[in-house]
Ligand binder design. Structure first.
Ligand code: AMP
Length: 222
């Protein structure tokens, strides 16, 4: 059995959207679409559009709605989205939500919620290997030897934007931009608030059960 559902996950940076999306995508057998990744792919193609997208992404600015909407709409028309999809990083603004509702209405919008303290603990403990890209966390996935990559032996680093001050600023920016989007979906009765404090690998399965129990009418055989 699979669930045919059109979903979007909203939540602050560092809440674990990537983990939730990939578990839901695997279990429901529907694609996980991250706008960050779609945009980075466009940049790597080095087209005129890619260069325009890069000028925003490289400065940490939101790409204009018209550009993102067109890229997302094109992707959602692909045949693998016919049974549903999971959007991660979109919609981020009210005009994006209005556009999506008009062309590809969602079934549910999950709002992943976690306190600033949880987010800071999660993000500020992250370590990565600048040589091979492997990621670690000081509490949940520590390297075997302090600050040394298990895979290649290189010295581990922290991302420059992973300091508590920067995380706090990004969290506040997120709250300010997401609230009109949250209100929009609340009014439509599509919002599913979900407490995301804890192990996202385990919590993703609770979310899956919650979504499945409310969507029995669209269970389809595969
Ligand atoms: P992310 O990987 O979600 O952190 O996104 C990386 C960058 O892509 C963001 O900093 C924005 O510049 C851009 N981006 C991703 N999603 C959107 C969106 N829905 N609207 C506008 N810009 C976006």
């Amino acid at each position: 059995m699979v669930l045919s559902i059109r979903l979007a996950l909203l939540g602050p940076p560092g809440v674990g959207k990537g983990t939730y999306s990939s578990i839901l995508s695997k279990e429901l057998r529907i694609p996980h679409l991250s706008t960050g990744e779609l945009l980075r792919r466009e940049i790597s193609l080095k087209t005129e559009l890619g260069r325009e997208v890069e000028s925003y992404v490289s400065r940490g600015l939101l790409v204009p709605d018209k550009i993102v909407n067109d890229i997302v709409a094109k992707r959602l028309c692909a045949s693998d989205c016919a049974n549903g999809f999971i959007l991660d990083g979109y919609p981020r603004t009210l005009p994006q939500a209005v556009f999506l509702e008009e062309h590809f209405p969602l079934d549910k919008v999950v709002l992943l919620q976690a306190s600033l303290e949880t987010i800071i603990e999660r993000i500020c403990g992250r370590l990565y290997c600048p040589n091979c890209g492997e990621t670690y966390h000081v509490s949940w996935k520590p390297p075997k030897r302090d600050n040394i990559c298990d895979k290649c032996g290189a010295k581990l680093s922290r991302r420059i934007d992973d300091s508590p001050e920067v995380v706090k600023r990004r969290y506040e920016e997120y709250l300010a931009t997401v609230s009109p989007v949250v209100d929009f979906y609340k009014k439509l009765g599509k919002l599913v608030p979900f407490r995301a404090e804890g192990d996202s690998q385990i919590l993703a399965y609770s979310l899956l059960r919650e979504l499945s129990s409310s969507r029995t009418e669209i269970l389809v055989e595969k």
